[in-house]
Design a protein around this ligand. Structure first.
Ligand code: ZN
Length: 506
């Protein structure tokens, strides 16, 4: 007897859950690699990760996936074009097309090359020597260009094909159009802030903050905003990240610098924002697009929203600052809330993206967006990256890094083959501001809630509006549905003016 469409659909989902299981094994190995793997184990780990990636790829591209998709399409199932099942099939077909465009050899080679090049990157960054990293970077970029060509199939720009992996349905042209007006406003605002003559007392933040107390304070903050530690962890890694291994297991990392308070604290809030998204996904749909995050831009909107819109607000610190003073008496004795709040919102051109403020951060991203397009098109050779970086950095920030670890060696992304990834950070900032505007309009006085330590209404709103839907709609459509407006940089610009205007007397 012929199987019903429902049976075919469940067979397809069962197959994809096995792919997701293999990928979650890879994620555990990746987490372990970043947190506790002894240096000597890196060659073995590269082989293990490559094998797992290859197996997952083989399963994801198995002919049965294409057959089931074809069968369901030919039967016109499901009839309702707006149904969640239809969205799931659309996204499954999309991933299948992407995955089958790549030969297994290329997937394994890239996994191994990036695993090794990340190690080289760590060493090169430590020694401030780009030349140590160059051969690995050349190899990774060559492989990524090969991937981009294979994915584009001559039908679109190769760089767009890479963006599509992180931000489906968006192109470099769409992004450039969103960035242009934002860039204009940022440059203006940074100029005004520079001329204001105000210098927040940032020295407060580099006093002695014991690591144990930082850990306890960050842990409590992550927990309060709603990261569930019964189903998650917080560990130390050189490059902070969040890894949603699967239902019930989501892992955050941060790093503690005893003479820099914001790093670990805001880093943890940020990663917890990612974690809350992962923990809020629809569990029944795990292993399928409906149970996966919409896109990296939307993912980043969740982390930025908690880190910046909530975590750097005055209302948040009206409640948290007295607690911080108790936790760090030596550093914060005699410091006022206003001084502290100004210090954590200090705006100034600086070299390191992850330590930069809410305003200049976006310019850091635009610079990377510009450079990686040139790397993928081949217009910029990897060997010429430091020069191209420094030249643009001087143009945008008015300063030039004195060594490459403060320049093009600072981020892990390119060593990991993540090209097309950077713009999602800035999109995340825009989406966060736009969502927060709508949340404020619908939930009432959020500042009062934060002052009372009530974060649940906002978290639940995000859960029902964003988390629960997974990939049901692409980013632009999701944002339009939730906020009633097309995605734009206007809410972000407004937020920045509202926050930094009073702080800098503009
Ligand atoms: Zn993030």
């Amino acid at each position: 007897m012929a199987r019903s469409p429902e049976q075919l659909y469940s067979e397809l989902l069962a197959h994809l859950r096995q792919v997701a299981l293999l990928e979650s094994c890879g994620a555990i190995l990746g987490w372990d690699e970043q947190t506790c793997l002894p240096a000597g184990g890196s060659e073995l780990r590269a082989d293990q990760s490559a094998l797992l990636a290859g197996l997952a790829h083989e399963r994801a591209t198995a002919p049965v996936v294409g057959e089931l998709l074809g069968e369901l399409t030919s039967r016109g199932w499901p009839a309702d074009a707006a149904s969640p099942e239809r969205a799931n099939l659309r996204e499954i077909a999309r991933s299948y097309r992407r995955a089958t465009a790549l030969p297994r050899r290329l997937v394994e080679e890239l996994t191994k090359a990036t695993s090794l090049s990340q190690k080289t990157w760590v060493a090169a960054r430590k020694q401030r020597q780009f030349s140590l990293f160059l051969p690995d970077l050349e190899r990774v970029i060559a492989l990524r260009r090969e991937v981009a060509q294979a994915l584009a199939r001559g039908e679109c720009d190769p760089y767009d094909a890479l963006i599509d992996e992180y931000e489906p349905a968006m192109t470099a042209a769409d992004i450039a159009q969103l960035f242009a007006p934002l860039r204009h406003e940022l440059v203006k605002l940074i100029g005004q802030i520079g001329q204001s003559g105000r210098q927040p007392p940032v020295e407060i933040l580099t006093r002695h903050y014991p690591a144990d107390a930082q850990r306890a304070f960050s842990f409590e903050a992550a927990s309060e905003i709603g990261f569930n530690f019964e189903e998650g962890r917080l560990d130390v890694a050189a490059h902070p990240f969040c890894s949603g291994i699967g239902p019930g297991d989501c892992r955050l990392t941060t790093r503690y610098d005893t003479h820099h308070f914001p790093g670990a604290f805001f880093g943890t809030l940020h990663e917890a924002g990612h974690g809350i998204y992962e923990q809020g996904l629809n569990r029944e749909a795990w292993g399928t697009p409906l149970g996966s995050a919409c896109s990296l831009g939307v993912h980043e909107s969740q982390s930025r929203l908690w880190e910046n819109l909530v975590g750097r607000s005055l209302a948040y610190w009206q409640r948290a600052f007295p607690k911080a003073q108790k936790m760090f008496p030596e550093a914060l004795q005699g410091v006022s809330l206003d001084q502290f709040h100004a210090a954590i919102n200090d705006v100034r051109p600086s070299f390191i993206r992850v330590e930069s403020d809410e305003v200049t951060y976006n310019l850091h991203i635009m610079l990377r967006f510009e450079l990686e397009q040139l790397l993928v098109s081949g217009e910029l050779a990897p060997a010429d990256l430091p020069g191209a970086w420094n030249e643009r950095f001087q143009r945008d920030f008015g300063i030039t890094p004195s060594h490459d670890s403060d320049g093009c060696l600072q981020d892990v992304h390119w060593s990991a083959g993540y090209l097309g990834y950077f713009p999602t950070y800035c999109l995340g900032n825009m989406i966060a501001a736009q969502l927060f505007d709508t949340a404020r309009a619908q939930l009432g006085d959020l500042d009062a809630a934060f002052r009372a330590g009530e974060f649940q209404p906002l978290r639940e709103w995000l859960n029902t509006q964003i988390h629960q839907h997974g990939k049901r709609w692409p980013t632009a459509e999701l944002v339009q549905r939730v906020t009633g407006k097309p995605l734009s940089s206007e809410p972000l610009v407004r937020h920045l003016k509202e926050r930094f205007g009073p702080l800098y007397g503009l």
